[in-house]
Write a new protein. Sequence first.
Length: 232
Amino acid sequence: MKVVEIQKLRKTYHFGDTEVHALREVSLEIEEKAFVAVWGPSGSGKSTLCNLMGLLDTPTSGEVLVNGTLASGLTDAKLSELRNDAIGFVFQNFNLIPVLTALENVMLPLQINGVSKRDAEVMASKLLDEVELSDRKGHRPQKMSGGQQQRVAIARALISDPALVIADEPTANLDTYNANLIIDLMRRINQERGAAFVFSTHDDRLLDRVDRRIHLQDGEIIEDETVANLQS
């Protein structure tokens, strides 16, 4: 099953009289259970591609389908509903709310969607157990290490049981020990839950562990390699 289909995607930004072509006719598909890195130099278009894939931005032209649903033409409310149901996000700087505990941070997306506090607490607690943070549920972010905060962020991304998780440089701010723990955790979740993971990354520690590498340069895919290709 295809989680994401992108067809001839273009994204152009205008700065006064200057046009910047962030993406140029990019087409690709992401299958369920994929574990994929989008990589390339600064300005290559990888963040733009992930933002469009995550329905956080709209293309200049081309189409994005998530779980078979065409994004163009959807109302803002329907677009938000599709994004909330199908996609989870993990950010480089964790983006946890500092005044909330780990449990409350993970509960928050469910509560925004109208789930009762009691049900949200049960679901969030189970997810924090899954990411091995049973003893940190009542801690606020400043009382946790970077690796622990990233695990809370991963639990929050998974709380709506998304088909796709988009992670922006999820290991960039972590030391090697914690980076490897996070990669192991995301791989386990990928295999056990079946969620597809797409990473925007420069990190060789993560690039060495994915099943597929999509190399962007100047807004175009210049290489799309699978593990079989990489190991041959």
